[in-house]
Design a protein around this ligand. Structure first.
Ligand code: PMT
Length: 219
């Protein structure tokens, strides 16, 4: 139930996997469903926050009382979160951002008849969270780390490099964790170095825990 802990606070959450166009009908993406980010947005709305959810997917029901912004690729996501950043109290990057995109988006559908072999050249996308960390003033900045090994070590490194207040490290190789399931297994890594390891739980429950930590961090 709500304790109205975020009344008057603005929280921005990103969710889902970016889609990087190859041509008008094809794209490169990843297995993110958006569930984790939507759970966090719902938990924030239950605490009466002013919530903006920047979503890379249309597949999930819109959470009640949340402002929706739909985006397609990493560069659109970057624009949208940056436009919401200056006056927000906390921002959570749960979206799975493609590190690369096709160097060119073909204007027309690529035809099989024209290629025996097809190489798609990729170029690097901006690291959105790194940019947000660089220009952080008062915001409580939360990132995720999706790893398949050395989860805590990589998590600590991402927290430092991206100048975060909190990093949620999930081992996406474990059953019932990570992409496209309704549960997750996460460790919360804080700036001061302490770590809390949580057992498998629903993404809704983990969303509430993350929101609790944000409440402690911004009040
Ligand atoms: O959507 P679900 O199916 O519920 O799955 C949830 C999830 C596994 C996608 C989620 O829990 C998660 O881990 N999200 C982050 C996925 C990711 O991109 O991880 P990363 O380790 O590659 O990136 C680290 C952080 O930097 C993330 O907060 C990411 O949003 C951000 N990032 C990454 C690359 C990039 N170019 N820009 C970024 O901002």
């Amino acid at each position: 139930y709500s304790k109205h802990l975020l009344k008057g606070k603005k929280i921005v959450v990103s969710a889902g996997g970016t889609q990087e166009d190859i041509d008008p009908v094809r794209y490169i993406s990843n297995r993110s469903s958006g569930k984790m980010g939507y759970s966090i947005a719902r938990a924030a709305a239950l605490e009466d926050a002013d919530v903006t959810l920047v979503s890379c997917t249309h597949a999930l029901p819109e959470p009640v009382g949340v402002h929706m912004i739909y985006v397609h690729d990493a560069r659109e996501l970057e624009k949208a979160v940056n436009a919401q950043y200056d006056d927000c109290d906390a921002l959570v990057m749960a979206a799975a951002v493609s590190d690369y995109r096709p160097a060119v988006r073909a204007e027309n559908k690529i035809k099989k008849e024209q290629h025996d072999h097809l190489n798609i050249e990729l170029t690097e996308n901006p690291d959105i969270l790194y940019g947000l960390g660089q220009k952080k003033t008062h915001q409580f900045l939360v990132g995720f780390a999706a790893e398949t090994r050395d989860v805590i070590e990589y998590g600590k490194a991402k927290l430092a490099k991206k100048n975060l207040n909190l990093l949620v490290a999930n081992d996406v190789a474990q059953q019932g964790a990570g992409f496209n399931v309704s549960t997750n297994i996460a460790a919360l890594i804080y700036k001061d170095g302490h770590i809390e390891q949580y057992p498998k739980m629903t993404k809704d429950d983990l969303g509430h825990i993350i929101i609790e930590k944000i409440v402690e961090g911004i009040n």
